[in-house]
Design a protein around this ligand. Structure first.
Ligand SMILES: NC(=O)c1ccc[n+]([C@@H]2O[C@H](COP(=O)([O-])OP(=O)(O)OC[C@H]3O[C@@H](n4cnc5c(N)ncnc54)[C@H](O)[C@@H]3O)[C@@H](O)[C@H]2O)c1
Length: 309
C-alpha cells in the first residue's frame, strides 16, 4: 500500500495493534494520543507520536504538517460506566473531539476517515440476534449515544463535503494489551485476576452474552475497509454469542486457577444479550474472523503470563 495514515488512539489497545500492522505493510503512520489510557511504549518505533488531545487546537498543526491520506479515528472515552457518571466529559471527547478531527480532515483534503463505533452500545437491547447494521439503534448509555452521534457526523461530512467514511461497529474486542484495570474488557480482568491468584466476581448470572472478537480480526477489518472506494457502516464481530460464564470457564482452565465461582449483583442497565451480524463485511470484503474464542483466550492469557514475568 504505502500511504500516510493518521491513527488517533494509536497508543491504546486496538490502536497499537493497528499501528503495528500498518507499519508492517509499509505505510507511514502518525499517531495522535493523549496517553490517558494508552501507553507510549506500545507505540511502534516507526510511527510518529504526537502526545496531544483530539480536542485541542494542535490537531490542525498535525494535519497541516503530516497531510495524512487516511485517518483511523480510535481515540475515545470508551468507559461505559464513566459515561453514565460524567456524560459531559464523554460527549466532550467523543462528540466534540470527533468534530474537531473531521473539520481538519475536510480542510486538509483527507481521502477517507474510518471511525470506531460500537455494535455493543449503539443498538441497545436487541430485537434480532445477531443484529444487522439496519437494526434499530437505541443506545442505553451516554457512551452509546456519543458513538452514534459520531456516525451521524460522519454522514453529515460525507453528504455536505464529500468526505469518504467507514463506521465500524465493533463487538467486544479482546486480546493482548487490553487494560485489565478498566471497566471494559471482562476477559482481561478475569485473566489478570486469575493469574494473580485473585478472586473474580461475575456480575449477575454470567449468562449475559457478548460477541467477543479477537483484536487481530478487528485490525484486519480496519485494513480491509480503508481502501478508497468502500464506504458505509459495518459490524465487526463473529456473529457468535458467548456467555460471560463460558469465557470465565475457559480462562479458569487455561490459568489453572482454583478460584471460587462467585456471582455478584447484576450491573444496572447492562444489556443481556449482544451479538452482531457480520454478513455485510463478510460478503463485501471477503473478511472472515480467523481466531476462535478458545484460541483467542489462549493467546490473551499467554500475553498476561508473559507480562508477569
Ligand atoms: N475494546 C472494545 O471492545 C471496543 C468495542 C467497541 C468500540 N471500541 C472503540 O474502539 C476504540 C479503541 O478502543 P480501545 O479498546 O483500544 O480503547 P483504549 O482506551 O485502549 O484506546 C483509546 C485510546 O485513545 C486515547 N485517548 C482517549 N482520549 C483521548 C483524547 N481526548 N485525545 C487523544 N487521545 C485520547 C487513549 O489514551 C487510548 O490510547 C474506541 O473508540 C472505542 O470506543 C472498542
Amino acid at each position: 500500500m504505502g500511504m500516510k495514515v493518521l491513527v488517533t488512539g494509536g497508543a491504546g489497545f486496538i490502536g497499537s495493534h493497528l499501528v503495528d500492522r500498518l507499519v508492517q505493510e509499509g505505510n507511514e503512520v502518525v499517531v495522535i494520543d493523549n496517553l490517558s489510557t494508552g501507553k507510549r511504549k506500545q507505540v511502534n518505533k516507526k510511527a510518529v507520536l504526537y502526545k496531544m488531545d483530539i480536542r485541542s487546537k494542535g490537531v490542525e498543526r498535525v494535519f497541516r504538517k503530516e497531510r495524512p491520506l487516511v485517518v483511523v479515528h480510535l481515540a475515545a472515552q470508551m468507559n461505559v460506566r464513566l459515561s453514565t457518571e460524567d456524560p459531559r466529559f464523554d460527549a466532550d471527547v467523543n462528540i466534540l473531539g470527533t468534530i474537531n478531527l473531521l473539520e481538519h480532515a475536510v480542510k486538509q483534503g483527507v481521502r477517507k476517515v474510518s471511525f470506531a463505533s460500537s455494535g455493543g452500545a449503539v443498538y441497545g437491547e436487541q430485537e434480532v440476534f445477531p443484529a444487522p447494521e439496519s437494526h434499530r439503534t437505541d443506545p442505553m448509555s451516554p457512551y452509546g449515544i456519543s458513538k452514534l452521534a459520531g456516525e451521524k457526523y460522519l454522514a453529515y461530512y460525507k453528504n455536505t463535503m464529500g468526505l469518504r467514511h467507514v463506521a465500524l461497529r465493533f463487538g467486544n474486542v479482546y486480546g493482548p494489551r487490553q487494560e485489565p484495570e478498566g471497566e471494559a474488557g471482562v476477559i482481561a480482568i478475569f485473566a489478570k485476576l486469575m493469574l494473580d491468584g485473585g478472586q473474580p466476581i461475575i456480575n449477575g448470572t454470567g449468562k449475559q452474552t457478548r460477541d467477543f472478537v479477537y483484536v487481530d480480526d478487528v485490525v484486519e477489518a480496519i485494513m480491509a475497509t480503508i481502501g478508497e472506494d468502500i464506504q458505509g457502516t459495518f459490524n465487526v464481530g463473529t456473529g457468535q454469542e458467548s456467555t460471560v460464564n463460558e469465557c470465565y470457564g475457559i480462562i479458569k482452565e487455561l490459568t489453572n486457577s482454583s478460584c471460587k465461582d462467585l456471582f455478584g449483583a447484576a450491573k444496572k442497565g447492562e444489556q443481556l444479550r449482544s451479538v452482531v451480524d457480520v454478513t455485510k463485511l463478510r460478503e463485501g470484503f471477503n473478511w472472515e474472523p480467523q481466531v476462535s474464542l478458545a484460541e483467542g483466550l489462549k493467546l490473551t492469557v499467554e500475553f498476561f503470563q508473559g507480562k508477569q514475568k
